[in-house]
Design a protein around this ligand. Sequence first.
Ligand code: TYM
Length: 335
Amino acid sequence: KQRVLSGIQPTGDSYHLGNYLGAVRQWVGLQDDYDAFYFIPDLHSITIPGWDPKELRERVYRGAAQLLAAGIDPQRSVMFLQSHVPEHAELGWVMQCITGDGEARRMTQFKDKSAKQGQDNTTAGLYAYPMLMAADILLYRPQLVPVGEDQRQHLELARNLAQRFNSRFKKTFVVPEPKILPNSAKIFDLQDPSAKMSKSGSNPKGLINLLDDPKTTAKRIKSAVTDNDGEIRFDPENKPGVSNLLVIQSELTDTPIDTLVERYQASGAQYGALKGDTADAVEAFVVPFRDKFEEFLADRAELERILDDGARRAREVAGPVLAQTYERLGLVAPK
Ligand code: TYM
């Protein structure tokens, strides 16, 4: 079996629809045919200063419970916390030592975030973030890394670092391919369909949180920004708002976009119908999602057991890869 690996940060108290449609939904689908590793990069979430320790702990549990609610099955997949597997931080250091300063500074997420926060609030950890992410991936030698479009550049760095290490030392790492879905790689903000949906968007109404009250969710879909030509067709460039709603509905109902468009055009439907149907599709997903989430979150002992088991299975893979890496670098092994 080929291997897949991916991670999702424990942000806020809920994941959003972009996280689900761009990433987690494909993870669920890959569990049968791949040897799957999914983790919560909790060490990445301390790269931005100002978190509250109690809240962080809560977010991590909520993150894990949401992955389970979305359909990650700990029997079939290895699900774990990054901080439980010390090899991530250790290989992260090695990755920093084979990355050029210029290369690291070209990372657009680093540039954007550091510009937004200002130098005084930008940590060296934020700068090192992509190298830790490369370590997260390379430790497991996955062939595929399913992510949304915004992670493409980080993946490219991981590929470059794998190739660099392999040619400078000895073939050690698999050069991973990103797996980015054609339609839902980038779900857009409902209020500003030129921006990706994100926790840090300018208007909360642009965001669909998976754990929001379904009434709020429906309202947000119904007040999504569209355009005024009135025609329902898929044209992301000229009709980003309408196309975003079509993608969301198509993914959640497993109906091809073309089929949806034909149906609307045949019935002469207006945007109101598109929004209503999309809101229904979102509701049909979030209502059971929330129930399952509550159930998983309530059984903390079981969550901890799942994460412990995942960390143990992850270390079985990561430990030997790190040892081999150290050896190839010329570090002396402990006796
Ligand atoms: P994170 O936690 O920001 O996002 C998790 C996943 O959600 C995807 N995503 C989206 N997809 C489509 N539309 C959107 N609007 C949208 N917003 C987010 C992201 O692309 C991602 O796949 N650096 C990573 C976490 C990470 C990681 C890794 C991922 C750390 N180590 C190793 C893969 C492999 C991040 O911050 O994703």
